[in-house]
Design a protein around this ligand. Structure first.
Ligand SMILES: [Fe+2]
Ligand SMILES: [Fe+2]
Length: 404
């Protein structure tokens, strides 16, 4: 108790420069987090908790007053506010003195009760890291996924199709923006943001989805991407609509609604071609043959043993999703195999059949070593699409600077 009082006393008395320069130093008080371990050895009381809360609220009030007085320039406000929120959360943690095990138990109770975890809530490190990896990869895949279809905007066969595919490309970029915002909040404690994620993508440290490394050489490919790739995305993303992490679950509400339009747009292209000439039907069949292994790979390996790593266990444990990769792949096969066959088209796998006893599809496994190669940016279009993204990022630097 005495230690906590000393800590709080230091907090009030000690004025020192902090993360923000200039005028802010005149008002700002640093929080000596180095004392945290010492504090963990003493028992907190409800009184300490209230006291810490009052300090935090006073800091927040002061911060808003400073904004109103114009104490910061526009660029400083966002980072200062985020840091203050994080400090507040950490201050509460110290004051309530929960051990890591107690925090984890409370966290699991919350997600098991269906509560949503928010950006500034306490969360286990492996949960945060799994979310960062999943959401940053999802966000970048939306952005990189717009590129194969963007290539078809000038070549779409009619004005109506051109407008349709342009709207889809625009939606995908919007999904990317939305998701990178969600990932950015999770990365704030590491002092990283969207620009770092983009640099990681361009350096090859952040992966994007296997399907977006592939070629889309014909109009049937453009249709198939909408029909089956967006169709596969709907299956994986609707599985996360109830995700325990609130900001991701809410972003997915909007994304999934738009993905349904994308799948309908693709289906419409495929149906028009299927009703067309022999040449057009042959074009769809070629596209299906080309895309089939990538579509099977889309859901990831059945287990970590296949490729050496898999995040499915941790995402299921923390209720970010409910189904395994294989269950999602089976859902996709059940939904789309009858549809493809109903158009008189075939799938390039002689072993493909539904096993009535096991109530599942048996199919020829794709080449998982090829999958690893593709997601390591060694796919047919990896380098050219990254080059395009790199060029855009460089050429638009002045816009980010002007708006920053
Ligand atoms: Fe999307
Ligand atoms: Fe989409």
């Amino acid at each position: 108790m005495r230690a906590i009082f000393r800590y709080s006393f230091n907090f009030i008395q000690q004025k020192s420069p902090t993360f923000i320069s200039g005028e802010m130093n005149a008002y700002w008080y640093s929080i000596p987090w180095a004392f945290k371990s010492r504090l963990n050895k003493v028992k907190a009381s409800g009184g300490c908790h209230r006291f810490s809360e009052e300090i935090y609220r006073a800091e927040l009030d002061k911060f808003w007053a400073q904004i109103r007085q114009g104490a910061f320039d526009k660029r400083q406000i966002e980072s200062a506010y985020k840091t203050l929120l994080l400090k507040g959360v950490r201050l509460m943690d110290v004051a309530t003195e929960l051990s890591n095990e107690e925090r984890l138990n409370r966290f699991m109770e919350r997600i098991n009760a269906g509560e949503k975890i928010e950006a500034n809530d306490w969360m286990p490190d492996d949960y945060r890291m799994a979310l960062i990896k999943l959401i940053s990869m999802h966000g970048m895949s939306e952005i990189m996924g717009a590129l194969p279809e963007k290539e078809w905007v000038p070549k779409a066969p009619s004005l109506r199709r051109k407008l349709g595919i342009m709207a889809k490309v625009q939606d995908e970029m919007g999904h990317g923006q939305l998701l990178l915002r969600v990932a950015e909040d999770l990365m704030a404690p590491f002092g990283k943001g969207r620009e770092d994620m983009m640099n990681d993508l361009l350096n090859g440290d952040l992966k994007f989805h296997n399907v977006f490394h592939m070629e889309a050489p014909t109009w049937a490919d453009a249709g198939l991407v909408g029909w089956l790739v967006d169709g596969a995305a709907i299956i994986t993303q609707t599985n996360m609509l109830g995700a325990s992490y609130g900001p991701y679950a809410r972003a997915l509400q909007r994304i999934c609604a738009e993905e349904v339009f994308h799948a309908q747009h693709g289906e419409s292209i495929i149906l028009a071609l299927a009703e067309g000439s022999e040449e057009q039907r042959a074009m769809i069949q070629d596209a299906i043959n080309r895309w089939w292994p990538s579509l099977l790979m889309f859901f990831g390996p059945a287990s970590a043993a296949t490729t050496g790593s898999s995040k499915q266990d941790i995402t299921i444990k923390y209720k970010i999703r409910t189904k395994t990769n294989e269950q999602l792949r089976q859902d996709f096969l059940s939904k789309y195999i009858p549809r493809v066959r109903s158009l008189g088209l075939t799938l390039p796998d002689d072993t493909l059949r539904f096993d009535e006893d096991k109530q599942e599809w048996t199919y020829q496994q794709p080449d998982w070593s090829e999958f690893k190669k593709i997601i390591s940016n060694k796919g047919p279009k990896s380098e050219s699409r990254l080059h395009l993204r790199r060029t855009a990022f460089k050429e638009h630097e002045w816009v980010r600077r002007a708006l920053g």
